[in-house]
Structures are given as structure tokens and as C-alpha cells.
Write a protein that binds this ligand. Structure first.
Ligand code: UDP
Ligand code: MN
Length: 556
């Protein structure tokens, strides 16, 4: 039968040998597991500085090979101290926070790795040991997810056998990050589980805010601010300003956003936690008993991807809260590109959609028609868990936790590929300039591929917008009177009026009328740069001015 979560006394199992003398010095309690070696300001990369080596010949080649192998410049990383210090990157107000170390829960830091480079992995371990108060850190649990690189076998086991509080366990087959993290969690003895990636660097004071918040609110799941460590120069790129929060778009891709005004209004100070609809990845702290109560992770998820959104939806829908603490900063190396195959990410996302998104999963499928065909395994147990915990629905989540997301209309016949009667087999196609910058490029015509994504458009008859809305926030087609081309710009918010040059009317006869110029969109196969494109022309009855939406597959 459903049991309500009872946090109990988070710290009762693990009282520590801490002097009870009230005069005991804050700084003494703060003492990390290990002190850092003396500072050598001349050392490469010290204080989080960028390393730029002017290499030639054989050394340059070695550097390039290291990048090819790890998608991280491990040639540079290997030359930086495993104990380097970082510049202060947090809000100065964080410095004044005081913690009652004797009452904070303890934590186990769980770090899984798959074929990680030596220096990035060990810099993570040393950084945890040198920034975490000894009284708070129970252990670091390293989980080897069946790596096959030699340095991670004997040499690693030998190295860490000399380190206090570090344990190493190994999976006997490739488990993927979800089950590898759970393997680590299963032997963890701290009150709180803190998950980190295996290429992180912790900023001083990163741990206390996370544990303090969980002590105060045991159903809070708390993430540090994720600072960027450059994969090439190893520069630590954090800043003390307001961090961003997590969202997602309707392809179920994670997105970053600035903190909305409503959330700013809710917070009482700059060092208060910030609520976030989703988490970026695997850097977070959670009470161990609450993690168990919530159903840990979806163990049907393989390798990488989707688990961050699944756990985020679950936390919010099942009564918890997901937060970012502005005083907890951890650096993370974002690799040049994925260093291993992530083909399971699609099935993982489908599992998240199937269990948590109710009818809104259709918005996802419309933008990824091939996801419908993906074998995602059995989610019966996860749906049972949702019922058992009495979790709220996705509509509640969108309205209350992520009210800023644009929810597409996706009316029948008004979304999908936008094809043309005259230039058959060509569809509207948009390639945004970058992952995080969607604006400014020209819409072109390209052979219809039926894969959604960059050929996914939606027409909103109530606002007369032609939206490229796989992204969040969505883009809107703009007609330019002078160039006659269509480009994409961010749509106005629902409460703002639609600019005249963004208004199109999709008429009964299939013509697409641009209100401002009083012209019609026409498919043209020769443009100034040789690419077929939709352009504005005087309206006619020509088949090249007749458009129609199709959800997937070829054209009619
Ligand atoms: N990981 C793992 N098994 C896998 C894939 C990843 O243990 O099959 C680990 C990986 O070594 C890292 C964490 O899970 O510590 C997150 O993966 P990664 O850093 O590749 O993800 P990203 O940060 O790029 O999202
Ligand atoms: Mn990572």
C-alpha cells in the first residue's frame, strides 16, 4: 500500500566524531578530507587558468590524438595539477553563509565512469576530497561501468588504495549510467547521495549548501550550478551571476533558460535556491531514503540520455522539488562531441514520455515520428510506481512548474512537413545557426524526409504564425519585403501582439498569404545562392503557391 514519505531524522544514523564544544571553530569543522599541496602559481592551469601550448611536430600530433580518443584535450589535462585551485566564482554573499556542521547530513559522492581519461577522473576525485569537509563526506564511491582501458584497471585500483574514503566497484557488464549509478548507490552509506560525473572540479564550499538544503527540506533534490571547464584549454569558466535553470523542448532535448520573474519574486535573497523544471544531467544531491521512495531511476534506460528528464518530471509530479543552489558550483568538462555511442537515448526519451507525459507525448512524437517505432521495452512497473506514489499529471507540471514553455497547438492538418503542390517532394526546411541560437537564417526547400526535426513546422490559425517549433522558445517565420525570403525569428510571447511581418494566412485553397506585403509564398527552385526556397511573390493560382501539411512520410 502507498506509504507517505517519512524523512525521519536524516542524520541520526551517521553521527560523527565532531567535538560538541560550542566554541569549536567553524573553520575546523570545515576542514576537508585532504589539504591541497602548497600553491604554485606558475603551474599550468593553476587557479583555473586556460592552458595554451604552442606545440609543433610530434607533440602536436600527440595532443591531437588525445582529443580524437577522448573528445577532451587530455594532453593538456595531463599537464595540469590534479590538485589545482580555482578562482572564486560564486556570489560573494555565499561566503557569509554559516553552517551547523554537526547537524548536517553526511553524503556519499557517487561517480560512475566509462573509459574516462586518467587525469580528468582523478582530478575529480582529488577535487572532491580537497573541497568536502571531512565531517560531511562519508566516502567517494567510484563505479567502473565496464571500461576496457588498461589505466582504469590495476593502476587505478592501486592509486586509490592509497586514498582515504575512496571505494571502487566494477560492473561486470556495461550497465549504462543509470544502473551504474544505482550500483554505487547500493553500497553508499551516507544519508545523502551526491552524484557527479567523472570529469568535474568542485568549487570550494560546493557541498554544504546542498546538504543544508536537504536537511531543511528532505524532498528537495538539489543541483549545483554547473560551470564549464573548457575541453581544450581547461579554463574554468564559471561566473558569480545568476545561474540558468533547466527546461526542455518538444523533441525532449534539455535547454537552458534565464530565471523567470515569477521565480525571482518567490526567492527571498540571492543565495536562496532556484527552482528548476529539469536538471541538466547527473550532478545532484538527494536524500538516500527519498531517492528510494521516489523509485530511484528507471533501470530500463541504457547507456546515456533521457534519464535526467525522467527523474525531473518524477520529482516534480510526485511531490518533490528540483532546485539549483547558487552557492554550490561544480565545473564540468563538456567534451568536443560525444565520446561514445548514444544510440539508446531515443528509447530512453520514449520511456520518459510514455510514463510521465500523458497526452502531451503526442507533441513529442509529432516532432520525432521515428520515435513511435522505437522499441522502448516494458514500462508497466514505472506506470505502477506513478500510480502508487499518487503523482500529479503532466498538465499540472506544465502549468505550475514550467508555465513559460510554449505548448504547441498541433491541430490536425496544421503541423508536420510543409510540402508544395508544384515542387513535389520539397518541404520547408530550417537549419538554425546553432544549438542555442535559432534565429536569423533563411528557410529553404529541401527534399522531404519525414523525420520531423528541421522540417517540422506548425501553423497557428489563432495567431496567424508559421512556427518552427521543435525548439524552446519557438521560432516564427518572418517575410521580408525587400529580399522576399522567409527567415526565422523568435516568436513573440502569447501575451504580446504578433508583428505584421510574422503574420501568414493559410487559406482554404492552400495559398499562404503574407499579410504585410500582401504577397503569397511561392516555391522557387533557383535562388541567388542556388538553393530552392520559399519566397514572396504576387499571388497567383499557380501550383507553386499551393502548400499543405503532412504529418510524416512522403508527399501526397
Ligand atoms: N557513464 C557511464 N556509463 C555509460 C555512459 C556514461 O558510467 O554507459 C558515465 C560517464 O562516464 C559520466 C556520466 O556517466 O561520468 C555521464 O556521462 P557523460 O559525461 O558522457 O554525459 P554528459 O556529461 O555528456 O551528458
Ligand atoms: Mn559529463
Amino acid at each position: 500500500m502507498f506509504q507517505k514519505y517519512n524523512p525521519g531524522d536524516l542524520s541520526e544514523t551517521t553521527r560523527r566524531d565532531v567535538p560538541t564544544d560550542s566554541a569549536v571553530d567553524h573553520d575546523l569543522l570545515k576542514k576537508p578530507v585532504y589539504d591541497r599541496p602548497p600553491l604554485d602559481l606558475n603551474a599550468l592551469g593553476e587557479m583555473g587558468r586556460a592552458v595554451k601550448l604552442d606545440l609543433v611536430g610530434e607533440e602536436k600530433q600527440k595532443e591531437e590524438e588525445s582529443i580524437k580518443k577522448h573528445q577532451i584535450n587530455t594532453y593538456v589535462s595531463d599537464r595540469i595539477s590534479l590538485h589545482r585551485r580555482l578562482q572564486e566564482r560564486w556570489n560573494p554573499l555565499c561566503r557569509d553563509l554559516r553552517y551547523d556542521y554537526r547537524s548536517l547530513p553526511t553524503t556519499s559522492v557517487v561517480i560512475t565512469f566509462y573509459n574516462e581519461a586518467w587525469s580528468t577522473l582523478l582530478r575529480t576525485v582529488h577535487s572532491v576530497l580537497e573541497t568536502s569537509p571531512d565531517v560531511l563526506l562519508r566516502e567517494v564511491v567510484l563505479v567502473d561501468d565496464y571500461s576496457d582501458r588498461e589505466h582504469l584497471k590495476e593502476p587505478l585500483a592501486n592509486y586509490i588504495s592509497n586514498l582515504k574514503k575512496v571505494r571502487l566497484i566494477r560492473a561486470t557488464k556495461r550497465e549504462g549510467l543509470v544502473r551504474a549509478r544505482l550500483l554505487g548507490a547500493s553500497i553508499a552509506t551516507g544519508d545523502v547521495l551526491t552524484f557527479l560525473d567523472c570529469h568535474c572540479e568542485c568549487h570550494d564550499g560546493w557541498l554544504e549548501p546542498l546538504l543544508h538544503r536537504i536537511k531543511k527540506e528532505p524532498t528537495a533534490v538539489v543541483c549545483p550550478v554547473i560551470d564549464v571547464v573548457d575541453w581544450n584549454t581547461f579554463q574554468y569558466l564559471g561566473n558569480a551571476g545568476e545561474p540558468q535553470i533547466g527546461g526542455f523542448d518538444w523533441r525532449l532535448v534539455f535547454t537552458w533558460h534565464s530565471v523567470p520573474e515569477s521565480e525571482q519574486g518567490r526567492r527571498r535573497s540571492a543565495v536562496d535556491v532556484i527552482r528548476s523544471p529539469t536538471m541538466a544531467g547527473g550532478l545532484f544531491a538527494i536524500s538516500k531514503t527519498y531517492f528510494q521512495y521516489l523509485g530511484t531511476y528507471d533501470t530500463g534506460m541504457e547507456v546515456w540520455g533521457g534519464e535526467n528528464l525522467e527523474v525531473s518530471f518524477r520529482i516534480w509530479q510526485c511531490g518533490g522539488s528540483l532546485e539549483i543552489h547558487p552557492c554550490s558550483h561544480v565545473g564540468h568538462v563538456f567534451p568536443k562531441k560525444a565520446p561514445y555511442s548514444r544510440s539508446k537515448a531515443l528509447a530512453n526519451s520514449v520511456r520518459a514520455a510514455e510514463v510521465w507525459m500523458d497526452e502531451y507525448k503526442e507533441l513529442y512524437y509529432h516532432r520525432n515520428p521515428h520515435a513511435r517505432l522505437e522499441a522502448f521495452g516494458d514500462v508497466t512497473d514505472r506506470r505502477k510506481l506513478r500510480a502508487h506514489l499518487g503523482c500529479k499529471d503532466f498538465k499540472w507540471f506544465l502549468e505550475n512548474i514550467y508555465p513559460d514553455i510554449h505548448v504547441p497547438e498541433d491541430r490536425p492538418g496544421m503541423f508536420g512537413m510543409l510540402g508544395n503542390r508544384g515542387m513535389t517532394n520539397y518541404c520547408f526546411d530550417y537549419n538554425p545557426p546553432g544549438d542555442h541560437n535559432m534565429e536569423g537564417h533563411r528557410i529553404i526547400l529541401y527534399p522531404c524526409h519525414g523525420m520531423g526535426q528541421n522540417q517540422f513546422f506548425e501553423y497557428s490559425s489563432d495567431r496567424s504564425e508559421l512556427r518552427y517549433n521543435t525548439r524552446e522558445p519557438p521560432g516564427c517565420a518572418v517575410g521580408d519585403a525587400v529580399s522576399t525570403y522567409l527567415t526565422v525569428h523568435l516568436c513573440k510571447k502569447p501575451q504580446q501582439p504578433v508583428p505584421e511581418d510574422q503574420k501568414f494566412i493559410l487559406r482554404e485553397d492552400g495559398s499562404l498569404y503574407h499579410v504585410m506585403t500582401q504577397k503569397c509564398v511561392q516555391a522557387v527552385d533557383q535562388t541567388d545562392n542556388g538553393t530552392p526556397a520559399p519566397v514572396l511573390r504576387p499571388c497567383s493560382d499557380h501550383a507553386h503557391q499551393k502548400w499543405f501539411f503532412e504529418e510524416k512520410g512522403g508527399v501526397a
